[in-house]
Design a binder for this molecule. Structure first.
Ligand code: EPZ
Length: 418
């Protein structure tokens, strides 16, 4: 397993190109199951998770060609509707194949994804929604076995789950009649998926609001789609710039996709400038502590919570971070404390008292965004070297992060670990 070695204390300066959104790419790849003609995706990020989804779709029999940032997907060769445990357990987003398989073929056998580091992550809303659409479901040997011709229905989600909204949209697009999903997720990735589905013949309206209406159609054709920029990757690099008292511009992202995050950077004292598809953040004179509470979109993104915590470890003052989306998303705290951070936990709240400096240490990544937080802490640490182990977590969601951070002036390198 590789390690990342970082010597911090250098301000990050410069411009970085944001890749296609991981959390759009994965549902879009699953949605191509519905297309009866080949589909083309542009701006596809080269991530471990992209390849993991490729494997799941290939196990169904799909033909996929992924070259550079361009992916063609042909679902006409699908021969199986079973997504095996061994693949689904490695990446829970594999569960997104359930809705499209059921919608198109009327049957699916998909392993339950199981929990992960940040929580038990149940799929009860996905399953309740599919039953509302007329599917008959049973759980056997850890698999969801679903079948039935879907019919449109009204369904209110108990929680605006991103994955459940996406799975249900992909099922309902082939249901007979009209489906109205309420209390749905409003993340930009939902609108990106709806745009793709409409581009191949779907009839979806309301994506991005809390009510999505889907008029079922008999078949979906092929089409092309360019994936939106990754707002979480953009936020991660902007935080790294501010945390190191630098000046970083991220290109290829829509500033409107970060409606709660950018005001928080400004509240901390960073100068933030935005245009059509770029954002610049400067904090040459440092920044102060502030309170953050994660919420479903348009609230502060839970996927930027750990990275923000790493920055606030060296803020001027005290910060309170409340994690309201997942039940166990403070895995980075113990590792940050080993670098000299002063953080105390009280349920879903973390009180972060800014310290004058962090110091490098060997630390362990536990999940994707916690590992990004540890890299940021390493970039901030003024003394010593930080060695982040288990960087396969970070490769799931960030493309060659060490090369791109080094281009901003970071002293960071990857070493192969025996
Ligand atoms: C998506 O996960 C993202 N992943 C996550 O990003 C992101 O953190 C999350 O949405 C929230 O924004 C992808 O899009 C591939 P949820 P998802 O269903 O869909 C509970 C990253 O780092 N819930 O919105 O799994 C659940 O337990 C990843 O890029 C139920 O109770 O998230 C959680 O507490 C991490 N029952 C909350 O809802 C359900 O049936 C939000 O989960 C479904 C969810």
């Amino acid at each position: 397993m590789d390690k990342m070695l970082i010597r911090g204390g250098r301000p990050l300066m410069g411009t970085i190109q944001v890749r296609g959104a991981k959390n759009s790419t994965l549902p879009l790849m699953a949605a191509s199951i519905l297309a009866e003609e080949p589909c083309v995706l542009h701006n596809v990020p080269c991530l471990h998770d992209t390849f993991a989804m490729d494997k799941v779709l290939a196990s169904l029999g799909m033909t996929i060609d992924f070259t550079g940032r361009y992916m063609t997907l042909d679902a006409s060769t699908i021969a199986s509707q079973t997504a095996p445990y061994d693949l689904v357990r490695k990446m829970r987003a594999s569960f997104f194949v359930l809705g499209p398989l059921l919608g198109r073929f009327g049957r699916a056998r998909v392993s339950l994804p199981g929990g992960c580091a940040i929580g038990t992550r149940p799929v009860d809303i996905h399953l309740k929604g599919l039953e509302a659409l007329g599917a008959s479901l049973r759980i056997e040997e850890g698999y969801v076995i679903a079948d039935g011709r879907l019919t449109g229905a009204d369904f209110a989600l108990d929680f605006p789950s991103v994955g459940a909204t996406e799975n249900l949209m992909m099922a309902a697009v082939r249901a007979e009649g009209v489906t109205r999903l309420s209390n749905v997720a409003r993340e930009p990735e939902i609108a990106d998926l709806a745009a793709f589905l409409n581009g191949i013949g779907g009839r979806i309206s309301g994506a991005g609001t809390d009510l999505i209406t889907i008029v079922g159609v008999d078949a979906l054709g092929g089409g092309e789609h360019t994936i939106i920029g990754d707002r979480i990757e953009a936020g991660t690099f902007l935080i790294a710039g501010v945390a190191t008292h630098g000046d970083v511009t991220v290109q290829g992202v829509n500033p409107e996709h970060l409606p709660a995050f950018l005001p928080k950077l400004r509240e901390a004292g960073a100068e933030v400038e935005t245009q059509g598809n770029w954002i610049r953040a400067r904090a040459i004179n440092g920044f102060k502590g502030l309170d953050v509470a994660t919420r479903p979109f348009p609230g502060f993104p839970t996927d930027l919570q750990a990275q923000m915590m790493a920055m606030l470890c060296v803020a001027d003052g005290v910060s309170v971070i409340r994690e309201n989306v997942f039940e166990n998303r403070f895995m980075q705290v113990a590792e940050l404390a080993r670098m000299g951070a002063d953080i105390s936990l009280d349920g879903n709240a973390a009180v972060v008292r800014g310290v004058s400096a962090l110091s490098g240490a060997p630390v362990m990544a536990s999940d994707l965004r916690a590992s990004a937080a540890l890299v940021i802490a390493g970039l901030v640490a003024e003394k010593g070297e930080t060695a982040v182990a288990r960087v396969y977590h970070i490769d799931r969601g960030y493309e060659r992060i060490e090369e791109r951070l080094a281009a901003l002036g970071a002293d960071i390198r990857r070493v192969q670990q025996a």
